[in-house]
Design a protein around this ligand. Structure first.
Ligand SMILES: [Fe+2]
Ligand SMILES: [Fe+2]
Length: 270
């Protein structure tokens, strides 16, 4: 199976670039499944229902969120109805929406995707390791489940890497989101799980993690609340990872995907 996961879409620049790229990449990379993180799609903060609809229409199978899940409140009734939109699994019981989605592809194969949020330098949620472990006791790679993809939405690369190793051999891939900076540590762990600490954002990299530079720099210098941060709106780089799995659902390949904007482009040969 061939899968693509795109990192945090940042504002209009990231959204438009991803909506244009998804159908092209689906064809070019012969993709079976596409996931995107869209917690920053709406002007840097949250996701609007119309934006989610546009991403599904462009060919996203699942959208993940993160700590910005609720920045646009209209998403609360939407997520209650839309099983293809997920938020972190380890939010308290009673939080709207689901932390995982089981998707049946057109050819009948099934993919499970789940998101957990880290706790280092982030909100003190339930344990991401124990919560994910509990989900995975109910879903195993095998004859009726062809791929399992985990999104670890976290700040610290140590926590992300530990999370990846903790589920090595039980899932097809563990990929990180949230930092908006792509890491170059794509690898397949010893028991067969593909891993990358952060997919990077889909957004304008002439920015401070996607937001306009001047206001972001001023916040660091003056240490006072200043201008509201707004997304940088130059050409976006579409950033993510391509993952290929074998018959057993474990990974045979993971490679970076970068397209457009300022970062050096790279696309896997398929
Ligand atoms: Fe985040
Ligand atoms: Fe983000």
């Amino acid at each position: 199976m061939k899968l693509l996961f795109l990192g945090d879409l940042l504002g209009r620049a990231g959204r438009d670039a991803a909506i244009k790229a998804i159908p092209e990449l689906r064809a070019k990379l012969k993709l079976d499944f596409v996931a995107v993180n869209a917690e920053n799609a709406s002007h840097g903060f949250g996701l609007g229902p119309d934006m989610a609809d546009a991403l599904f229409k462009a060919g996203a199978d699942v959208i993940t969120l993160g700590n910005h899940a609720w920045d646009r409140r209209e998403i609360i009734p939407y997520i209650a109805q839309e099983k293809r939109l997920i938020r972190p699994l380890n939010y308290p019981p009673g939080t709207p929406g689901q932390g995982s989605a089981l998707v049946t592809l057109a050819d009948g194969r099934k993919v499970l995707i789940a998101q957990a949020m880290g706790r280092l330098f982030m909100d003190p949620l339930n344990c991401p390791f124990m919560t994910m472990d509990e989900l995975l006791t109910r879903h195993r790679l095998g004859n009726s489940l062809h791929a399992i993809i985990l999104d670890i939405h976290a700040e610290a690369s140590s926590e992300k890497m530990a999370f990846g190793h903790a589920f090595d051999g039980r899932v097809s891939a563990v990929v990180g989101t949230h930092t908006h900076i792509p890491t170059a540590d794509h690898q397949i762990f010893p028991r067969g799980t593909a891993y990358c600490s952060d997919l990077g954002m889909c957004g304008d990299y002439d920015s401070v993690i996607g937001m306009s530079k001047d206001a972001a720099i001023a916040r660091f210098i003056r240490k006072m609340p200043g201008e509201r941060l707004t997304p940088a709106e130059g050409p976006a780089t579409v950033c993510g990872a391509f993952i290929e799995t074998g018959e057993d659902g474990l990974a045979t390949r993971i490679e970076p995907v970068r397209l457009g904007g300022r970062l050096r482009p790279t696309l896997p040969e398929v």
